[in-house]
Structures are given as structure tokens and as C-alpha cells.
Design a protein around this ligand. Structure first.
Ligand code: SF4
Length: 806
């Protein structure tokens, strides 16, 4: 087995990748080239061999899924260009997107199936065939227990297996396997990411809205570090269009970030106190009667009660100043300015992890504040947009009588007004990862969970308290990891199934809602390298191996199935439990099926050739200047889809949700003393965040991106550093009650004296990652496993740490 492109040759190619945007191919030519059966001749070659083709795909270097056109020469991807046809990415491919070629040609990639031969976590594996890997999953080896034994001993309790996945277009395919398998234990990235944002806006406005930054006049951006943490096309829009039009941007962040530098005003807030700020802004708007009275009377539920709470609790700007460290006069000013521009003003909903224990109520307060100006489902405000329909791809969901419900920890006394679970108040579909892991380690499970499947997910790096995650993976009897890279988590797997990278596969077609909705498809650019496979094929092979044997276990323990077999035949009953069924067809066939019936053959062809489709695309799409395109004419855009109302059942902004109080959660946003920001002397509040060149730990080994940012640094206040004789580049040990990490110092005035910051995603321990191994500090090694009380999301900014120069 060989890497088909040498590291040196690849790095030469990377020169071409560093150019952002700027496709030199005109739209007319581009469309013409796609219309040809073989697009070879119209594409400029890099190597001058004269043979090149272009394939429309979607980027997977972050969650945004920008559209790209991959240039392929002699079977090698030599360049990724932006695809101008996709409304969501507007002819942009960021540096990280360009570095996607390195994800394909990374010499460290997982290349073939492997089974563990050493100790858990040691990273010693044996290369095996796919058949041997499937056999090991089913029947185990001398090192680990197989699925057959676990299910038999657990009497067909399918929930004795946990399934977890990271974000990605093929997550859907993996989840299809989970549903057919019949476990109730599903955990995804939500509780380590956007859970409180999605839920807070969901219950208050009926959906997670998008900000119409093209038309907003005033934007408050709090905790969303767009210019530094995620430079997607909509980030570019904020600075290229919104600011250029003269819209005002207020940045609220504990640190002086790149977003702060580009804003009209930066207000340094104490970490975790945003809720106090929003309550004070609300106080000003209510007491000065600046709100849109007509909108509030028609579209609010519980406004009087909320108003009374805000006023009676005296959430004044003076009160908030003491908590947030933002001057009261600034709070008055922002509240007035925001409402003066309403409804074309936006309190940006944010796109970040949960930082504090008040995060759910913060999101509710932000949504309500936005509603006070009437800027909901309207141009220049928060919008819901439209989603184009897709057909269905049916999976199977057999009923397993022996399968238990989700492994939760019920509160012993289920009393109205108290949280129903010992960990948090509400269990969402994605669950609470940290709470689940801790319950498992503390034997607080209602039954035994003994095996787990991990898809494109790195809990060793992405979840607070790395040590506990390692203990969980060690305790689990069978760990199957499906991934492209030998991550820290993969090191703890018993069976490793290598997935091909996104440039080597077609993924499920996806609909992208918004003001300018479209459907897009990631098409396979080149064949999978080595012995890797797309998850659809991995699932096909796995289910062919395990389906019948584990049905035999169901047959043994499930009396309903036994009765059914008596009444009909085993063959007929097995058909309902046949796990291979959802994976019978290729992804290309499934995608065609999901589109053709609704939009016809034209859509199927457009998605294959252009990667993008929406009705009337031919008519609407126009190039309007060198790098600007029209996707929908102004009149056809979906600024408003609900008559200017929220999308809740009542079509109203829900200020008071009494159902929450039955679960021990405040029915409306309120401040609690325990939310105050406190750091003991000699300690620092640990802050974490992302950097635009890296996507969590998923890109940590990307050599091209490491050229742009070689490692992460510890931001420490310059004056504090001087007192401690810490200079730039000194190695510092950061420690907390849960662990330690080492990282080089970056003294700066851009952070307050009692806070520290470093970028997430560095400091991996897997020796198989040439560039990421022990490179920089791992934030989750020191972040404590504190969970916010409503959805059990990980509270990332609640940990105090100490430092020591080493
Ligand atoms: S923002 Fe960059 S990394 Fe993310 S999908 Fe777009 S091009 Fe890829």
C-alpha cells in the first residue's frame, strides 16, 4: 500500500490552493463546460498535461458546506475552486476549504481496517481485511468482546450499544444504521456545541433564525467571533456588505478579538454575564417604552409578566454594570440605538458553544429582546427563510421488545417544579454527552451499556475532562470507530473502519434553507484511495455480516417475534429486521430518488453537473459584477415566510413558558447570583474558542493549515505576565481540578488580567498524527465537566485554572 501522492509533491500543489475565491472562469463558460459530457478541454491544467476535468462538490472542512469545483488531473485533485452557483457560499472558498486537498492526501490518513492488538489507548493495531474487521465486531477477539456476546448476555437489549457522531453530511447514513439497530442511546455534537442556542430560540421563536445581514442597519454581536473564529461567506458579507453600507456593529466579548477590531464599538464583558446585559437592555427598552407596541401586543405571549419581572427585579443598566463590567451609559445607548433602527436591527443569535450555566436563558432573553423591535421574519432582522423539499429515503425502524429506553438518571422523587433527571432538566434527541459519560463512569445507568459506535467524532478532544473520556473508552468493551484520521479517540478503538474523505464520496443530497434556498450535493471527485470506503458502503458490508446473527438473538429473547414467526414465517419476520435494507442502493441512486419525483430529471442532472439546484436557477442566476452574483431576484427572496410572526405554534414570542417551571427551570429569563463572574485570587478564568483556519480537532493534522497557524498560544494579560516573568514563547503549564496541559505564552493587552484564552483543537496525543502530536495545548484537558442545567450542554467558560512557568 502506498500513498499515491508524495508529501513533497502535494506541498508544491498547495501553492495553488492558497488563493481565496477568484475563479477566473466566467459564469457562461462555467455553465458551458458543465454542459459538455466530458469537461476536460475547458479547464486550465496546473501541470500542463492538458487533461483535466472539473467536478462539483461541497467542502467538508467545516460545517458550512461551501460549494467547490475540484480540478482533477490524471486522477489527482490539483485545485479546489469556489463554485459561484451556490447561494450559501457566494463564490467563496476560504483558506481552510482550499486546504481540503490535504485532507485527501494526508499521509497519516487511516488507510485500511484495523483491529486492536495492544492495550486500550496504546494505538497498537493490526491491519485486517474488511471481512476480518466485520467478523471482529460480530464475534470479538482475544482482546475484546464481540457484539454477538454482548447482545446475547444483555438479552437483546439493543440499547446496550451507544452510537455517537460528529457533524457531517453522511451523519444521516450512520444514523440510519443506529435507527435500524434499535438502540435508544444516541449522542451527537449538539450538547458540546449549539444545543442551548437552538433550543433557546426554538422554544421562544419556534426556530433558529438566520440574521439578514445584507439589510440590517444595526448589529449587536456578542460572543460570536465572526472575523476570527469562522470566516465563512456570511462572515465576509458582514464586513464586505453590512459594514460597507454603513451599518453599525457592536462587538461584545471579553477579549479584544479581530471582530472587536473591526467593530464600531467593543465592550469588554465579564465572561458568562451576557444574560445580565440583555436583561438590562430589555429594562431600558421597556421602561422608556421604546418597543414596537403594535408588534408586542399582536405577537407576544406573556409580555406583561416578563415586563413586571424585569422592572420589579430592577435589572437596570446600573445593576448590570456591576455584573458585566460594561458601563451603564453604554447599555442605555445601545438599547436606544438598537430600537431606533428596529426592525432592521439584529441581536446576532450566535454560532457558538455553550459558555455558561445561564446560556439557555440568555438565548431566550436575546430572542425576546429582538422581538421587542419587531425584527422577526422580516427584512433586515432575524429571518426563518424557506427550505426546499426533498423526497424521503426510507430506513427501517424495527421494534425490539427487549430494547430499553435511553439510559438516563431519573431523579428519585419526581416532583413538579424540580428537574426530572439528576443531570439536567430536559433530554434532547442529541442527549447530554458529558452527563451521559459521567453517569456511565459512575455506574448510574439503568442497565449495562457495553459497546459503542463512533462516527466522525473525537470525544477525546471535544469534550471537557479528557481523562474521564479516556476512562469511558477504556471501560467500554467494544469500541468501533469510523473515521478518516487516526485521532486520539481512534487510538482507543477496538475496531477501526476507515472512511474515505469527502472528496472521494457522494454524500446524501441536502436542502439548504434561507432567504435564497437551494439544494446541493457533494459529488465524488476521485475514487477512494487505499482501502477506504464511504459510510454507505461500510454500513452495507457491516450489516450484511451482522444482520442475520443478531436477528437470531432477537428471536431467542423476543416473544413477540417468536409469535410472529409462528403466525407467518421466519423469512417474512426477518424482512422487518433486515439491517441491510437501507444500504442496498448506492448514494447516487438514493439522491436521485430524493430529487427526481419533486423536481424532475433536470434537478438530478444539475446536482451532478453543478452541485446545486433550485427552481428557476437558470432564469434567476446572474453575474452582476466581478465577484458578485444574483441568485434570486429581490422580489423572489424569502425574507418573510410567516407573515412577520414567530414560528411557534401560537405564532407569538413566548416570554413565559410555564411548562419549563414544571421541570425546575425558570419560566422566563431571570438572573441568579450563582451566575456572577468570580475568580479567586491567583486563579484565572479559562476561555476557549475557535480559529478560522481550524475546525476543532478535525483539521489539526493538516500541514497546509499549520503553515498558516503552526500552534496555539496562551493569551495572558501583559502586565500579569510581566509580574510573573513570563515572556512570549515561554512554556506554561495550565492546570485545573481535572488535568493539565502545556502551551507557549502570548502576553497581550487584549485580555483581562483574570482571564486566559487559547484556541481549541490542539495538543493531540495520538502519535499517528505527525503534525498534531503534542502540538500546543488541549483545552479540554483542563476544562471541568460542568454542565448547564437545562439541556446538560457542556459549559465551556466556567472553569478557573492556575498557571506555572515550566
Ligand atoms: S467556510 Fe471554508 S472550510 Fe467552511 S465549508 Fe466554506 S470553504 Fe469549507
Amino acid at each position: 500500500m502506498q500513498v499515491e501522492v508524495s508529501r513533497r509533491k502535494f506541498l508544491q500543489g498547495s501553492v495553488a490552493m492558497s488563493i481565496v475565491g477568484g475563479s477566473s472562469i466566467g459564469v457562461t463558460n462555467l455553465l458551458a463546460s458543465h454542459d459538455e459530457k466530458e469537461a476536460k478541454t475547458s479547464i486550465t491544467t496546473k501541470t500542463g498535461t492538458g487533461e483535466a476535468k472539473e467536478v462539483a462538490t461541497l467542502c467538508e472542512m467545516c460545517v458550512n458546506k461551501c460549494a467547490a469545483l475540484a480540478r482533477v488531473e490524471n486522477g489527482v485533485v490539483t485545485k479546489l475552486n469556489p463554485n459561484p452557483l451556490f447561494p450559501k457560499s457566494k463564490n467563496m472558498l476560504c483558506p481552510r476549504g482550499n486546504a481540503g486537498i490535504q485532507a485527501l492526501y494526508d499521509p497519516d490518513r487511516l488507510k485500511h481496517p484495523m483491529i486492536r492488538v495492544g492495550k486500550k489507548g496504546e494505538g497498537k493495531f493490526k491491519k485486517v481485511s474488511w471481512e476480518e474487521a466485520y467478523e471482529a465486531i460480530l464475534n470479538g477477539t482475544d482482546k475484546f468482546t464481540g457484539m454477538n456476546k454482548i447482545l446475547d448476555e444483555e438479552k437483546d437489549n439493543r440499547s446496550s450499544f451507544l452510537f455517537c457522531a460528529g457533524e457531517g453530511m453522511a451523519e444521516h447514513t450512520f444514523k440510519t444504521f443506529y435507527s435500524a439497530f434499535g438502540s435508544a442511546n444516541w449522542l451527537n455534537h449538539a450538547s458540546l456545541c449549539l444545543q442551548t442556542v437552538i433550543s433557546g430560540y426554538g422554544v421562544t421563536l419556534g426556530g433558529y433564525p438566520q440574521a439578514d445581514l445584507d439589510n440590517a442597519e444595526y448589529v449587536i454581536m456578542a460572543g460570536a467571533n465572526r472575523a476570527e473564529a469562522i470566516v465563512t461567506p456570511d462572515t465576509m458579507d458582514i464586513f464586505k456588505r453590512t459594514k460597507r453600507r454603513g451599518a453599525k456593529l457592536i462587538c461584545i466579548d471579553p477579549r479584544f478579538t479581530n471582530t472587536a477590531a473591526k467593530a464600531d464599538k467593543w465592550l469588554a464583558i465579564n465572561p458568562g454575564t451576557d444574560l445580565a446585559l440583555v436583561l438590562a437592555l430589555t429594562y431600558v427598552v421597556i421602561t422608556e417604552e421604546l418597543y414596537d407596541k403594535k408588534y408586542v401586543s399582536e405577537s407576544f405571549n406573556g409580555f406583561d409578566e416578563y415586563k413586571k419581572s424585569v422592572v420589579d427585579n430592577k435589572y437596570t443598566p446600573e445593576w448590570a454594570e456591576k455584573i458585566t463590567n460594561i458601563k451603564a451609559k453604554e447599555i442605555y445607548k445601545i438599547a436606544r440605538e438598537f430600537m431606533a433602527h428596529a426592525p432592521k436591527s439584529v441581536y446576532y443569535p450566535g454560532r457558538r458553544s455553550t459558555f455558561s450555566n445561564s446560556d439557555f436563558q440568555l438565548r431566550r432573553a436575546m430572542a425576546i429582546f429582538q422581538g421587542l423591535g419587531g425584527g422577526i421574519d422580516t427584512k433586515g432582522g432575524l429571518v426563518f427563510g424557506k427550505k426546499l423539499k426533498l423526497g424521503k429515503h426510507a430506513g427501517i425502524e424495527p421494534i425490539y421488545a427487549q430494547a430499553q429506553g435511553r439510559a438516563v438518571d431519573d431523579a428519585s422523587n419526581k416532583v413538579k417544579g424540580q428537574a426530572p433527571y439528576n443531570d439536567c432538566a430536559i433530554v434532547s434527541g442529541g442527549g447530554s454527552w458529558v452527563a451521559w459519560r459521567n453517569r456511565y463512569l459512575e455506574d448510574r445507568m439503568p442497565y449495562k451499556v457495553r459497546g459503542m459506535f463512533i462516527y466522525k467524532h473525537n470525544p477525546m478532544m471535544n469534550m471537557p475532562n479528557t481523562q474521564k473520556t479516556a476512562q469511558m473508552l477504556e471501560k467500554m468493551e467494544l469500541v468501533v470507530a469510523i473515521d478518516t484520521m487516526p485521532s486520539d479517540t481512534v487510538m482507543y478503538a477496538d475496531v477501526v473502519l476507515p472512511e474515505c474523505t469527502y472528496l472521494e464520496r457522494t454524500d446524501p443530497v441536502k436542502t439548504f434553507g434561507g432567504i435564497e434556498p437551494s439544494i446541493a450535493q457533494r459529488n465524488k471527485v476521485v475514487d477512494p484511495m487505499f482501502e477506504t470506503k464511504p459510510v454507505m458502503e461500510i454500513m452495507r458490508g457491516l450489516t450484511e455480516k451482522i444482520s442475520k446473527p443478531i436477528f437470531d438473538i432477537t428471536k431467542k429473547y423476543d416473544e413477540d417475534v417468536q409469535d410472529e414467526i409462528k403466525d407467518s414465517s421466519e423469512e417474512e419476520v426477518y424482512a422487518e429486521f433486515d439491517l441491510t435494507k437501507p444500504f442496498e442502493h448506492s448514494q447516487e441512486e438514493v439522491n436521485e430518488h430524493m430529487v427526481k419525483g419533486l423536481y424532475g430529471e433536470e434537478a438530478v442532472e444539475a446536482l451532478k453537473k453543478h452541485g446545486v439546484f433550485y427552481p428557476d436557477m437558470d432564469k434567476y442566476f446572474k453575474q452582476v459584477s466581478a465577484n458578485e452574483h444574483q441568485y434570486y431576484p429581490e422580489k423572489k427572496r424569502y425574507y418573510s415566510v410567516n407573515g412577520g410572526k414567530p414560528k411557534t405554534k401560537t405564532k407569538k414570542v413566548e416570554c413565559v413558558i410555564s411548562n419549563l417551571s414544571t421541570k425546575g427551570v425558570d419560566s422566563m429569563p431571570m438572573w441568579k447570583d450563582e451566575y456572577n463572574f468570580n475568580v479567586p485570587n491567583g486563579k484565572f478564568r479559562m476561555l476557549t474558542g475557535r480559529h478560522a483556519q481550524f475546525t476543532q480537532s478535525g483539521t489539526s493534522n493538516n500541514a497546509v493549515l499549520r503553515d498558516l497557524m503552526p500552534e496555539n498560544y496562551l493569551w495572558i494579560n501583559k502586565r500579569v505576565a510581566e509580574k510573573k516573568h513570563i515572556k512570549f514563547g515561554d512554556m506554561i503549564e495550565v492546570s485545573s481540578s481535572v488535568g493539565k496541559t502545556r502551551i507557549k505564552a502570548y502576553p497581550t493587552e487584549k485580555i483581562a488580567p483574570n482571564q486566559l484564552f487559547f484556541v481549541h483543537g490542539f495538543g493531540e496525543e495520538s502519535e499517528s498524527l505527525t503534525w498534531a502530536y503534542k502540538n500546543g495545548g488541549n483545552d479540554n484537558a483542563v476544562i471541568e465537566d460542568i454542565i448547564e442545567p437545562v439541556y446538560g450542554a457542556a459549559s465551556m467558560h466556567e472553569t478557573n485554572v492556575e498557571i506555572r512557568k515550566v
